[in-house]
Design a protein. Structure first.
Ligand SMILES: Cc1cc2nc3c(=O)[nH]c(=O)nc-3n(C[C@H](O)[C@H](O)[C@H](O)COP(=O)(O)OP(=O)(O)OC[C@H]3O[C@@H](n4cnc5c(N)ncnc54)[C@H](O)[C@@H]3O)c2cc1C
Length: 398
């Protein structure tokens, strides 16, 4: 083994581990000023969580930092750059419904969302959030069972996203900037040699880079250990999704109504129209080790019960189901920044249940922190801070 690596032995300025939405988006941004390669363990990119999402953009979802990053990503989605094959969005208002026992949860959500809206009033011009009564909720989504909903919150600014188009767009942009993508290239070891990292993949290929970005989703803590860094406590949480056929009789009002994403205030189910059927989820958060996640039949049965209680979907069968891991930190905020101890290791982790909708702004945040140590002005103005994203923040020290 060569122990005399000098700066001239560098293959890439930066190697990004992980070819999901996190990896390709930050790789694209970094490639503006650096030579960049993405290493992906699977033979297909976006095979894990990125390929298994519900494809929604919900500014009312997640904590204040997540919402700020989501708001700051809106323009990218609605007016994508030329290297992305648009359009990436379709209108999909979010309806959060409260049945019996869910009013407190609904009011808490509404208070949190409107508090953020007031604080950053200049940047939420697209979002229109309101509490509405049962009648209005049932008019917006005629698939709701009359009499189930007590009160609801509508967010007219929510969108449906083309996740594949977004991922492909970042990939195209990365390649145009000279970036490389290596599939079936799972990182198995990392060794510091002078001012560079020597990386080895499962096939024995070796690469050198000055900086490594850890964008390995559920495996971020495992990857960190390869660099001798302390894990930050990423907890993968399984979430199941499934498709059901539409009911035998679709109410005429439904065909005329706008498509909506409908979620219970206690987040124990959601559904949205998808083709001729509906995409549904029990919205569970079941802790699991990193893995190729499988759907949970018991959770599906529970969700069907809830859906049949709250809606007129008349769910009797499931056409297909899948699951993915949503990867959370202790404070449910992503981790973006240099490792506090290990030189040349940069975290881009903990995207949770929002990694698609935040991707454009989070990637800009990551590249800016990597390049200059600071955040772009628009993200600071939107309420994001480097401290809130920092790997060394106290909220992560459990
Ligand atoms: C059911 C469900 C619904 C969701 N709905 C939404 C939604 O509507 N909107 C939204 O914004 N978000 C949603 N999410 C969350 C979103 O999908 C994630 O936040 C996002 O996909 C995370 O992307 P990622 O790149 O971090 O992870 P991944 O896509 O999992 O990518 C990580 C990659 O790293 C690779 N890797 C790991 N270890 C190594 C190694 N040693 N060497 C090389 N490669 C490695 C893996 O193979 C993997 O491809 C949902 C998630 C689920 C499960």
């Amino acid at each position: 083994m060569d122990n005399t690596a000098s700066i001239t032995d560098i293959d890439y300025d930066t190697i990004v581990i992980g070819g999901g939405i996190a990896g390709v988006s930050i790789a694209y941004e970094l490639a503006e000023h650096r030579s960049v390669a993405v290493l992906e363990r699977e033979s297909t990119l976006a095979y894990h969580t990125t390929g298994r999402s519900a494809a929604t953009f919900l500014e009312s979802y997640g904590n204040a930092v997540v919402r700020a990053l989501t708001r700051s990503s809106r323009e990218f989605f609605t007016s994508p750059p030329e290297f992305v094959d648009g359009p990436l969005t379709a209108d999909l208002p979010l309806l959060v419904i409260a049945g019996e026992g869910e009013l407190d949860a609904l009011h808490a959500l509404h208070d949190a969302v409107t508090a953020t809206s007031n604080k950053h009033a200049g940047t939420v011009r697209h979002t229109s959030v309101a509490l509405i009564d049962a009648h209005e909720a049932e008019t917006i989504n005629p698939m709701l069972r009359p009499g189930y909903t007590d009160l609801a919150m509508v967010d007219y600014g929510s969108l449906e996203l083309d996740v594949h188009g977004l991922h492909q767009g970042f990939l195209r942009g990365l390649r145009r900037r000279g970036g490389a993508v290596m599939k079936s290239a799972g990182l198995v070891s990392a060794r510091r040699e002078r001012s560079a990292w020597l990386l080895e993949d499962a096939a024995g290929n070796r690469l050198r880079a000055r900086t490594v970005v850890n964008a390995a989703g559920a495996w971020c803590d495992d990857v960190a250990r390869m660099f001798g860094a302390a894990p930050i406590g990423i907890q993968p949480m399984r979430r199941t999704a499934f498709m059901v056929p539409g009911p035998k009789t679709i109410p005429a009002e439904f065909s005329a109504a706008p498509r909506t994403m409908t979620m219970s205030a206690s987040e124990d189910f959601y559904f949205k129209p998808d083709g001729a059927g509906f995409l549904c989820s029990p919205a569970e958060e079941t802790p699991q080790p990193p893995s190729d996640a499988n759907p949970d039949d018991l959770e599906i049965a529970r969700a069907i019960e809830r859906l049949n209680e709250a809606t007129r979907l008349e769910v009797r069968s499931v056409s297909t189901s899948w699951a993915g891991l949503r990867n959370f930190t202790a404070d449910r905020t992503p981790v973006v920044g240099p490792d506090p101890v290990v030189d040349g290791l940069f975290w881009f982790a903990g995207q949770g249940g929002y990694g698609i909708q935040m991707a454009p702004a989070l990637a800009r945040a990551g590249a800016s922190l990597a390049d200059s140590g600071g955040l772009p002005v628009d993200l600071l103005e939107a309420g994001v801070s480097a401290a809130a994203l920092a790997p060394g923040r106290t909220a992560l020290a459990a």
